[in-house]
Design a protein around this ligand. Structure first.
Ligand code: NAG
Ligand code: NAG
Ligand code: NAG
Ligand code: NAG
Length: 682
């Protein structure tokens, strides 16, 4: 007995259980309230199998290191009906109200979703089974990749071994492109029949002295793996979100736990793919040689999209329902993908979170340099510093520079009009209809972290001097009064803070808000899209570590030691929406500051996931209830209305009262030369 046990352990260590050999689909069913193992539903979770005779289903469960799920000891047999997602079993399009399942101790009986047992023939009857699901939750600092949780799939002529946690299957560090020669475009990777581990992240793209040039990897999270031995039913395939990280085109990685997909795929019933793409000079350097044309990082994103379209069905994803989404430079990437002829038709949904545009630091994210312009701005200093300016081939000279040296130059971080990947200096707002649903928006004070806090001198530095130091000229005082008097920010008596707050309004309008609203207004005016949903976050939870200033966090009080979001005004800064969108507050080990944080996280995640599922952030009626979940804020929260030509409306994402509002700061935007018709003049 002992010997057999050891052999089995070794066998499964090799490559995990092969899904092909298990000959079943697997669906992790949870009722994910985003509270991880603190949830009252944490243990009410199962893995659903395909229909097979009793012994086979039981065998699948044990090969997974699980057993057939059963009502707890001493509990009544109708317990299956008490699974929070029992309605989902009925409503997922595969099982009906009278469908039967194998559960533990039912070898000659099967149970339906109402909890009714009936006598059946265990060897002749084929029912779907419910296995227990005891894999631990992963957290931002721990993932249990023990052989027991591993599962392997044949994908792209590779045998990929990933693993599962309580919420999803995780396949990390999948290669989508071989390492490209420096300053050339990536091509799709093709396996050679080898086994490949997908148990840990691939290298991040080189930045700030760490990472590698061999970095074209992606991570996949899914709640559903279809049976590789049968053609997956289209209806069973889940929609796919392709996440493009931000970081100014100089940093960031798909491996950042902030965007871990476990919660969004589990609660949102979707597949998430997060991709790396080359950064800095490796991703964006262009030279005037007619060959080194830049946009390599953008091209990587398209190569990754091609991988997704070709292979995502293996992970239960539907290539015809792909939403590309990204924040900051990731949103700039999404904007470029919408504009790029090379990406046309490769996705049907797009979300731009805090895209930049307009004036100052925002400009180049939505108005692209020509190759020559960017060569002057970005390449010249790099060529000079590496002694490559006068080389017979500047590109070859730069190829010989060690990656660690080249990665220290931050200047090459711009998209360019190369005539192939980008053919226009900005996203054309006029043109043929795009079969695309778009969601976009900002945080209330998105621009604040792009300003340094003023020095706290006595007497305080004046507005002119401060704004000049931040690259701004003084705007019309009637539009941008100083001290500030907007509805959410009043004079605090702290002169530096007041100065900063007034400047934050200018930076937000100038770098984010006005260009975003003008983009929406023009796309709608020319009816280029299927639908457009606009938002603004009026509650945020600032990412730890960035920007590391107290102004982006609500003030702590005795009752709210981690900050009171409903108390004194605080700035709703850039990146402050990410923990909510991905539902990862608990996973990050962060405290809930008040009773609203959890409900708001659910509300936000549900809206974004609904958009990925159906191009509409309003959750389908009954969809949450079938999963044992509820509409956060109750039915009273109202609908998230699309923005339309002649009715420019946005969703103010706030707690406890999300609401509709008109577009904001219209006069201020006009005053900055960034009115709603800004792109009409481009
Ligand atoms: C997988 O790779 C091997 C080795 O390169 C090759 O011989 C085989 O044809 C490939 N199979 C497929 C399906 O591409
Ligand atoms: C560039 O050339 C100068 C002068 O020959 C030399 O001192 C410097 O080390 C060189 N820099 C690099 C990065 O090779
Ligand atoms: C602001 O401060 C600078 C430097 O001290 C000074 O030259 C300038 O006149 C001041 N401007 C205003 C409007 O007070
Ligand atoms: C002014 O506000 C800033 C930002 O919150 C804070 O760091 C600073 O200590 C405040 N200064 C005073 C004198 O309270």
């Amino acid at each position: 007995m002992r010997f057999v046990g050891v052999t089995l352990a070794l066998a499964s260590l090799a490559a995990g259980e092969s899904l092909k050999q298990l000959d079943t689909s697997l669906t992790i069913l949870t009722s994910n309230d985003l509270q991880g193992d603190a949830s009252p539903n944490a243990d009410k979770t199962v893995i659903l199998t395909d229909a097979h005779p009793y012994q086979d289903v039981s065998g699948v469960c044990s090969k997974l290191g699980e057993q057939l799920w059963g009502p707890g000891k001493g509990q009544c047999k109708r317990n299956i009906a008490a699974l929070p997602f029992s309605e989902y079993l009925k409503g997922d399009g595969v099982a009906g109200a009278s469908s039967k399942f194998w559960v533990s101790g039912s070898d000659s009986k099967a149970v339906d979703v109402a909890g009714r047992y009936s006598d059946v023939n265990p060897s002749k009857s084929r029912f779907r089974g419910l296995c227990t699901n005891t894999a631990p939750f992963s957290t931002q600092s721990s993932q249990d990749t023990d052989a027991k949780w591993q599962i392997s799939l044949d994908v792209n002529n590779q045998t990929l071994t990933g693993f599962r946690d309580r919420l999803s299957f995780r396949f990390l560090g999948i290669r989508y492109a071989p390492q490209p020669q420096r300053f050339t475009y990536s091509s799709s990777f093709k396996g050679s029949g080898e086994a490949a581990s997908a148990l840990s992240y691939g290298s991040q793209c080189i930045q700030g002295g760490s990472g590698s040039e061999d970095c074209l990897f992606l991570n996949v999270w899914t709640p559903y793996l279809p049976n590789p031995n049968s053609k997956p039913k289209k209806k069973a395939l889940r929609p796919v979100g392709v996440w493009i990280h931000g970081g100014a085109f100089t940093g960031g990685t798909a491996n950042d736990a902030t965007f871990d997909g476990a919660n969004i795929v589990s609660r949102g019933d979707m597949v998430l793919v997060a991709i790396n793409y080359r950064l800095l000079a490796f991703g964006f350097l262009a030279l005037k040689d007619g060959k080194t044309n830049g946009n390599y990082g953008l091209a990587d994103q398209i190569t990754a999209l091609d991988w997704v379209r070709t292979h995502i069905h293996n992970f239960g994803g539907d290539k015809d329902r792909i939403t590309v989404f990204g924040q900051s430079a990731g949103a700039a990437s999404v904007r470029a993908l919408i504009a790029s002829p090379k990406a046309a038709g490769k996705f049907s949904g797009a979300i731009m979170l805090s895209g930049l545009g307009g004036i100052n630091y925002g400009t180049t994210y939505s108005q692209y340099y020509t190759i020559n312009e960017q060569a002057t701005v970005a390449a010249t200093p790099i060529l000079a510093a590496t002694n490559c300016t006068d080389a017979p081939s500047q590109a070859d000279c730069l190829r010989a520079v060690p990656a660690s040296t080249l990665s220290t130059f931050n200047s090459a971080r711009y998209l360019v009009v190369d005539g192939t990947y980008l053919t226009t200096p900005t996203l054309p707002t006029k043109g043929p209809h795009l079969p695309l649903n778009l969601m976009m928006g900002i945080t209330h004070d998105d621009g604040a972290p792009f300003l340094s806090f003023p020095p706290t001198t006595t007497p305080p530095i004046n507005q002119t001097t401060y704004l000049a130091s931040q690259g701004f000229t003084v705007p019309p005082p009637a539009l941008f009064p100083f001290p500030p008097t907007t509805t959410t920010t009043t004079t605090t008596g702290n002169a530096s803070l007041d100065l900063y707050t007034a400047a934050a309004r200018l930076a937000t309008d100038g770098i984010f808000r006005c260009a975003g609203q003008a983009t929406a207004a023009s796309l709608l005016a020319h009816q280029r899209l299927n639908a457009l949903y606009y938002y603004e976050f009026d509650r945020t939870y600032q990412t730890k570590g960035w920007p590391g200033t107290d102004v982006c966090e609500p003030r702590a009080t005795a009752a709210h030691p981690h900050g009171d979001p409903s108390g004194a005004p605080y700035l709703k800064c850039h990146s402050g929406e990410l923990y909510y969108v991905f539902g990862n507050l608990w996973r990050q080990g962060l405290p809930l500051r008040d009773e609203g944080d959890l409900g708001f996280a659910r509300l936000v995640l549900d809206g974004f996931a609904a958009f990925v599922r159906r191009g509409d952030p309003n959750v389908e009626g009954g969809w949450l209830r079938a999963r044992g979940l509820q509409v956060e804020g109750g039915e009273g929260v109202g609908r998230w209305e699309p923005s339309r030509k002649g009715k420019l409306t946005m969703r103010v994402l706030d707690w406890p009262t999300p609401r509709q509002s008109g577009f904001r700061e219209l006069e201020q935007c006009e005053g900055l030369g960034l009115g709603l018709d800004y792109y009409e003049k481009k």
